[in-house]
Write a protein that binds this ligand. Structure first.
Ligand SMILES: O=C(O)CCC(=O)C(=O)O
Length: 264
């Protein structure tokens, strides 16, 4: 936790077993294989994917993951979002330097965290994340939206500050290892220059003390501790992969969160 407080991130920590990571990887590969051409594939991979993929919720609620989230946020936590930032071999999709909190209409920022779990080897060669140590101490920095078609961020956003890459800390992870970062920590990643997939899942947890800002509605799934938050609607647990019930629940969650994307 010292690194999280001082640097704004933990670069590498084992959170799930290699067996669990392998199982999740197989689920993800099968999903890409079977649904990669579906018109809603990107939506399913980038917004609350745990609502339609039971294997992803299993991962998010694995004891090591919940322990990591509660050690940052305290005992009472909810899973607000999850997404699957995969990068195919030799692909240019990238994440420019940004802070997650920029377009999260939630408060307080200190009570939210991102846990990013590798399901394949992840290295600078295949587009691992880099973090700017200590950047979370500067609070919210101004960002701009771009029309960068290679950006994997919905708004193509990037921070306006010029970042000295020599100060950045690139991450290298093995399957089952994770990085953990603060919503104000500047981070980004380049394209995949390797012949192998970069496979991972990203989880956004919030403490029960977090609330949507005025004018926004959100939903989340209670994960651990006391279920005392009253401002988030509750997301249901999916029954089976992409069941009609799960898709309807996801669509409802997306309609609640629509105000968050009104500028896109
Ligand atoms: O997957 C990446 O390279 C970046 C993901 C990211 O920005 C995040 O998890 O907050």
């Amino acid at each position: 936790m010292d690194d999280y407080t001082s640097a704004g991130f933990i670069g590498r920590t084992p959170l799930i077993s290699t067996g669990h990571a392998e199982e999740a990887r197989q689920h993800l590969e099968a999903f890409i294989q079977s649904h990669g051409e579906h018109p809603k594939f990107a939506d399913w991979c980038y917004f609350k994917s745990h609502m339609i993929m039971p294997w992803l919720l299993d991962l998010a609620t694995a004891p090591g993951v919940v322990d990591a989230a509660t050690s940052v946020l305290g005992p009472d936590i909810l899973l607000w979002n999850s997404f699957i930032p995969f990068k195919p071999p030799h692909s240019q999709g990238h994440f420019a330097w940004h802070q997650d909190a920029t377009y999260w209409h939630l408060t307080p920022v200190e009570k939210m965290v991102t846990i990013w779990i590798a399901l394949s080897d992840v290295s600078p060669e295949n587009g691992s994340m880099s973090f700017l140590p200590g950047s979370h101490h500067q609070g919210q920095r101004p960002h701009e939206m771009t029309k960068d078609t290679k950006s994997l961020l919905r708004r193509g956003q990037r921070v306006l500050d010029s970042i000295d890459d020599s100060q950045a800390a690139p991450s290298t992870l093995q399957p089952g290892e994770a990085s953990i970062h603060h919503p104000f920590t500047l981070h980004g990643s380049a394209g995949n220059n390797s012949g192998a997939w970069r496979l991972a899942v990203a989880l956004n947890f919030v403490s029960a003390d977090v609330n949507p800002k005025p004018g926004y509605r959100e939903s989340a799934l209670y994960v651990a501790g006391e279920d005392r938050n009253t401002s988030f609607e509750r997301d249901p647990v999916p029954d089976t992969l992409l069941s009609a019930t799960a898709i309807a629940a996801l669509d409802h969650a997306a309609s609640l969160a629509a105000a968050r994307y009104s500028d896109v």
